[in-house]
Design a protein around this ligand. Sequence first.
Ligand SMILES: Cc1ncc(COP(=O)(O)O)c(C=O)c1O
Length: 210
Amino acid sequence: MNDKLINKFSHYRKQFSHVGQVSYFNSAAYCPFCDPVKEAIEENLALRAAGDRDESRLVRATQDALRADYARLVGARKREIGLGLSTSQGLNIAAFGLPLGKSDEVLLSDVEFPALVYIWRAAAEAKGFKIKLLPSKDRCFDIEALEKAITKKTKVLALSYVQFFNGFKNDLARISEICKANGVWLIIDGIQGMGVEPINVRKLGIDIFA
Ligand SMILES: Cc1ncc(COP(=O)(O)O)c(C=O)c1O
């Protein structure tokens, strides 16, 4: 990492005790805890060990603050933010919660992150809607293929903001425009792009963002 970048993030890097001792290449589901997270967990454990029966008030206050921060980060309202355990959990809620039935179609990319595909397949089996896989172009999402595939039956496009295996960033503004014009809900898996660049779900017309 170059020095400029290290300096820019030095405040945050200091919060990860292992930095400088080991080289850590996996920052996905198994990222190391930063010190404030570790301290918060320890504080909560200490309260419970001391017999505090209402430690949940701290949890609720933290969740409340977190929802406000997250809303600011993605350009949503606080009441639109729900906290879950993972990206996949959020996408599951969308796939199983939206009113979709036998006559409906859901569009996915043929180079989509596997967890997203399995979620929508499971929901399709349970609810009877059909899944159409959009052919990619040079291993990237192809907007022309989207335009061609939309029919009156199309209700959802579920898509990653940034593709997991090649870093390709989808043009959400353009894609959302097409979805809106055709009454298609746009469900975005944002995990590979979140925090890297500003994102505004309201301006982009994203219906569900996990
Ligand atoms: C695009 C994408 N979606 C979802 C996930 C999984 O996220 P989670 O473990 O929070 O469900 C990953 C993990 O690498 C991912 O790259």
